[in-house]
Design a protein around this ligand. Structure first.
Ligand code: UDP
Length: 237
């Protein structure tokens, strides 16, 4: 169990955000995200799981003829590039940072070692988890839930691009969609709300790990969510 009393969060950042809508890493976007995380790291233990959708998504590549597992490994390698970019900008913003990778890559990242990750957090370092779970057929949403549980986080914070919480339907396609202040995991699963993948919802539900889904815009929202402001939608049991 945690030995300190600081709030501890697991922040999930999508790869799409890192690309600023395009392929690869947009340094201006990543540096703005890093500054928000660094500001909050004075007060809160922060671990981050980064996605890789700005490089590759395994499911998309497999639809175009690649073997799914190999395509998923490419997706995981993309998340490591994002993790290194985030580490760089976090350090520029003054936050000591360690990257841990679920795929062995000793020149660029520590291996994923949960007890060591906890130790880093206790020392006030930001920990960035790359390479997802190291397993094909998983998503970084699911990994966020798993890592949050293993490092004894208080909450999973899912930062979204272009949507500011959980809606009754997809707000991009259904004008009658309404934003929810709170929703249970069971309800989100029953209604097929896809803002976060169903495996992540199930893992949080089975282990009573609360999740807050919020929009990255306007700037300042990431800091607010980390500090515990009630923005977006709270998903709980
Ligand atoms: N991926 C995987 N196993 C994991 C995490 C990620 O196979 O544990 C692969 C998968 O192909 C996925 C890609 O990495 O499409 C990028 O991750 P994700 O789609 O979750 O990123 P995001 O949509 O958050 O940018």
């Amino acid at each position: 169990m945690p030995t300190n009393t600081r709030r501890r969060v697991l922040l999930k950042l999508s790869g799409e955000a890192f690309g600023g809508g395009g392929l690869g890493v947009n340094p201006d976007v990543v540096s703005a995200i890093a500054r928000e995380i660094a500001a909050a790291s004075e007060h809160v233990d922060i671990a981050v799981v980064v996605g890789g959708g700005n490089f590759f998504r395994g499911a998309e590549l497999s639809q175009r003829g690649m073997d799914r597992a190999r395509a998923d490994y490419m997706g995981m390698l993309g998340t490591v590039m994002n993790a290194l970019a985030l580490q760089d900008f976090l350090e520029q913003a003054g936050a000591a940072t360690r990257v841990q990778s679920a795929i062995a890559m000793s020149q660029v990242a520590e291996p994923y070692l949960p007890l060591r990750a906890i130790r880093h957090l206790e020392k006030g370092r930001v920990v960035v988890f790359g390479a997802g779970a190291g397993l094909p057929f998983f998503s970084t949403d699911t990994v966020s839930a798993q890592r949050a549980l293993e490092i004894h986080a208080d909450e999973v914070l899912v930062a979204k691009n272009g949507v500011d919480g959980v809606y009754t339907a997809d707000p991009k396609t259904d004008p009658s969609a309404e934003k929810l202040e709170t929703v249970t995991f069971r309800d989100a699963l029953k209604r097929g709300l896809k803002v976060v993948d169903s495996t992540a919802f199930s893992l949080c539900m089975d282990n009573k790990m609360p999740m807050r889904v919020f929009g990255m815009e306007p700037s300042g929202n990431i800091t607010k969510a980390i500090l515990g402001e009630k923005i977006g939608t709270l998903v709980t049991n």
